[in-house]
Design a protein around this ligand. Sequence first.
Ligand code: ADP
Ligand code: NI
Length: 199
Amino acid sequence: MEWSAIRNFVICELRNDHSGHNHQHAFRVAHNAGIILDREGGNRKITLTAAYLHDCVDHKLFPNPAPQIEKIKILLKELNYSDDEIDTVIYIIHNISFNNGNFSELTLHEAMITRDADRLDAIGAIGIVRATEYGAVKGRLFYSSNEKNDNTTLDHFHNKLLKLNDLMLTDTGKELSSERHRFLLLFLSEFHKELDGQI
Ligand code: ADP
Ligand code: NI
């Protein structure tokens, strides 16, 4: 399978993002998905396509997702994907996000792999960088000693990132997430040590 058309599409669609959702994120998610696929099997074409394209309809980046879905359909048709393949890719993209999909039970193996691959990129050293970038773009403080401010990037670590390790769906995802989770905990403990009681 030749991925250059899809990779170029992703580079172009995500070119304006500085909040940790650029094409490098999409490429890493596809890489993570590839590792899980190697160990657990699954439809490689569907999974990697969804992994590459998953943020090209994210509501945070594209407030109006309908034209994005149309663009993806046109791209995949040009690449001779069948209608069933296109529908499955779109289904996965719709269902994997933390906000949209956290409470929807995923039964499709390929969707589970894509979701795990995306979540792996939200934790560990990479996850710390991405959360920091996201907070900066949103103009948020990293931390705050004001209890009324519960919208800091550090809050996001507790509200979301530290929970992801327990939400992994595949055995390989679980295996890969544990080291990244440990690194988040180490980072937080060092961070609080350096702050030395200032929050
Ligand atoms: P998903 O793509 O699974 O829905 P999100 O889009 O919510 O997940 O998160 C994607 C990335 O954006 C993650 O790296 C996450 O840490 C970062 N992010 C999302 N919301 C925040 C926030 N409030 N503060 C800092 N980072 C955030
Ligand atoms: Ni993503």
